[in-house]
Design a protein around this ligand. Structure first.
Ligand code: NDP
Length: 248
């Protein structure tokens, strides 16, 4: 029986580490072809070399998601190379937590550019193809911070609330085109994400929090695989998960 993953062409942004890398590995192992975007070319290229060494199809395209034209180039490369795009996972993100009163305006701008505009650019790049195909699946990555706000997380949480809102609007709008939409909201998962915090005291606290409870990145990859592997008429719209020990 088909797993509904095998043979699919899957574009993943932020595939150079963490959730994106783990998802690329799992979906590839289950028969998908993966097209990987991130700024660190060496990371995505060595993952592609490793994966394609085992016989499947994988492609790396250097991509900064704050540039609409680069995200379009990533998706166009998938279609030009493999003939279609079945899934886009708008995963690239950063989390430079800090209290608002510290006025980390560069961090705010970067967070908005990557976490909100980057997702929109992914939608903009994939939607025309998926409309034409009358098939596709757009997976956006929010967070527990898309549901809960705490001191120090206001801007990050605002971007992740935005991803939830965008995903719900998208869900309703793409019904006529037979496109599925999923937004996944993880709790603490062990990745490089805390490294994006620029305030040393905040970073120290978050690192401690992650060391205590973060769960492995394949928890996220399995959630993606679950949503993708449903029969085409089943549209899993939201998944929220946390470490069992995470209270917030
Ligand atoms: P990582 O820091 O390990 O990975 C982040 C990825 O995003 C990297 O591949 C990085 O690639 C990429 N990225 C960052 N900026 C850009 C950019 N401008 N253009 C392209 N790619 C970019 O963290 P995670 O894997 O944890 O993060 C993935 C997503 O998961 C994020 O959206 C995050 O908010 C979300 N999330 C994570 C949680 C966690 O606890 N880990 C919890 C909830 C949500 P590169 O630097 O090479 O460009």
């Amino acid at each position: 029986m088909s797993n509904n993953i095998e043979g699919k062409i899957v574009v993943i942004t932020g595939a150079s580490s963490g959730l994106g890398e783990a998802t690329a590995r799992l979906l590839f192992a289950q028969g998908a072809s993966v097209v990987l975007g991130a700024r660190r070319t060496d990371r995505i290229q060595s993952l592609v070399d490793e994966l394609s060494g085992s016989g499947g199809k994988a492609l790396a395209v250097t991509t900064d998601v704050t540039h609409c034209d680069q995200v379009k180039r990533l998706v166009d490369a998938a279609v030009q190379t493999y003939g279609r795009i079945d899934v886009i996972i708008n995963n690239a993100g950063l989390m430079p937590h800090s209290p608002l009163e510290r006025l980390k305006i560069d961090d705010w701008n970067q967070t908005i550019d990557v976490n909100i505009k980057g997702v929109l650019y992914g939608i903009a790049a994939a939607l025309p193809y998926m409309k034409q195909q009358k098939a596709g699946h757009i997976i956006n990555v929010s967070s527990v911070a898309g549901h809960k706000v705490g001191p120090g997380s206001a801007v990050y949480a605002a971007t992740k609330h935005a991803v939830l809102a965008l995903s719900e609007g998208l869900r309703q709008e793409v019904k006529p085109y037979n496109i599925r939409t999923t937004v996944i909201s993880p709790g603490a998962v062990a990745t490089e994400l805390p490294n994006s915090i620029t305030e040393p005291d905040v970073a120290e606290n978050i690192h401690k929090f992650y060391e205590k409870m973060a769960i492995p990145a394949d928890s996220f990859a399995r959630a993606v695989a679950f949503a993708m592997s449903q029969p085409e008429e089943v549209d899993v719209n939201e998944i929220l998960f946390r470490p069992t020990s995470q209270e917030l």
